[in-house]
Design a protein around this ligand. Structure first.
Ligand code: AVJ
Length: 326
């Protein structure tokens, strides 16, 4: 007989119902999954910043190394951009490079799920650019957001290869919605990690110092702290895999024994070595990404590649002409 769990949640009287519902849904399916957006509470956002500094994680470093060049070239070609909209802006460090190269920009809209992190970043940014109208939007960047008015065309900014988190059909839907949000003629600058030697990819998601492991396990810690989940962190291992057919790195939490997770009044069984799939990071060749963008109504205007094709940045323009149901 399994007793139902009644846990005292005095520290967190208000449960994030959406989080709980997503966890219950993810653990009820097979294979088990958890949405990667829940990595990013305060601690998770800090851990991600640490990941960006580890040797093996080349993505952020490589993008940072090319962004000034990209920003300057864009300023020459598109001197009239009125507003920049960033999807999932984290610490807003990258957009500063764009803002420095585009002094005519009158507004910056920052969308992020981590409220405290976002508000802190936005505060710093407003101090640095006093003439800029900065609008923070706490929310999921997959949802359509109304935008303030602006003088020139809008430019979306989606750095860090975050688009890699999305399955092809969701990435296509996201691009389509961004197009609808920014309007016809709007631009999008997007950072996309490239397909490369799988050993380099695997190392980037399983670093020797174990920061990525902590980041992955932080999801379980959040479930304990915020949802009163009963589980033992030590009974899970971090695992990075390369999925050849889907051209992506997958992160999993592997159960080290036969066990149950109790959450939301339910028990979820995990056999030894069963995994919870927590994240996808799709890797694209230039052509594959351009095809995906085109299928959502976006034309490729320019592509920049880092040394050894380690990373790509695509400038797209929304032409529309594609119909999708919202
Ligand atoms: C922020 C989604 C781009 O997929 O590379 C880093 C997140 N996960 N290490 C990525 C991540 C594990 C990262 N993105």
């Amino acid at each position: 007989m399994i007793e139902p769990v009644i846990k005292d949640l005095c520290e967190h009287e208000v449960i994030d119902e959406a989080f709980l519902a997503d966890v219950v849904q993810g653990l009820s399916g097979w294979p088990k999954t958890l949405p990667c957006k829940y990595f990013y509470d305060q601690r998770g956002s800090e851990l991600f910043e640490q990941i960006c500094d580890v040797d093996e994680y080349y993505l952020t470093r490589t993008e940072m190394g090319m962004i000034d060049y990209v920003a300057r070239e864009m300023a020459q070609r598109l001197p009239h951009i009125g507003q920049i909209v960033e999807f999932g802006c984290g610490n807003c460090e990258k957009v500063q490079r764009l803002l420095d190269a585009h002094p005519q920009v009158d507004g910056f809209v920052a969308i992020d799920v981590s409220e405290t992190f976002l508000l802190e970043s936005v505060k710093n940014l407003s101090q640095r650019y006093p003439a800029l109208t900065v609008t923070p939007v706490v929310g999921d960047f997959m949802e359509a957001q109304p935008l303030p008015d602006t003088a020139g065309p809008r430019m979306g900014f989606f750095p860090g290869s975050t688009i890699g988190n999305l399955e092809a059909k969701d990435a296509r839907r996201f691009l389509y919605r961004v197009g609808r949000t920014l309007g016809e003629g709007g631009y999008l600058l997007v950072g996309v990690d490239t397909l490369k030697d799988r050993r380099i990819l695997l190392r980037a998601y399983d670093d020797a110092s174990g920061v990525t492991r902590e980041f992955n396990l932080n999801l379980l810690r959040r479930m304990q702290q915020e949802l009163g989940a009963e589980l033992t962190l030590e009974q899970f291992a971090h695992e990075a895999r390369f999925n050849e057919t889907k051209s992506r790195i997958e992160m999993h939490l592997r159960s080290l024994c036969d066990q149950f997770i109790a959450v939301g009044g339910k028990y979820f069984h995990l056999s030894k070595d069963e995994t919870i799939h927590t994240e996808n990071s799709h890797k694209y060749t230039v052509e594959r990404f351009q095809d995906l963008a085109a299928s959502a109504g976006w034309q490729s205007r320019r592509v920049w590649l880092a040394e050894d094709d380690m990373y790509s940045m695509h400038l797209l323009q929304y032409e529309g002409g594609v119909r999708m149901t919202d």
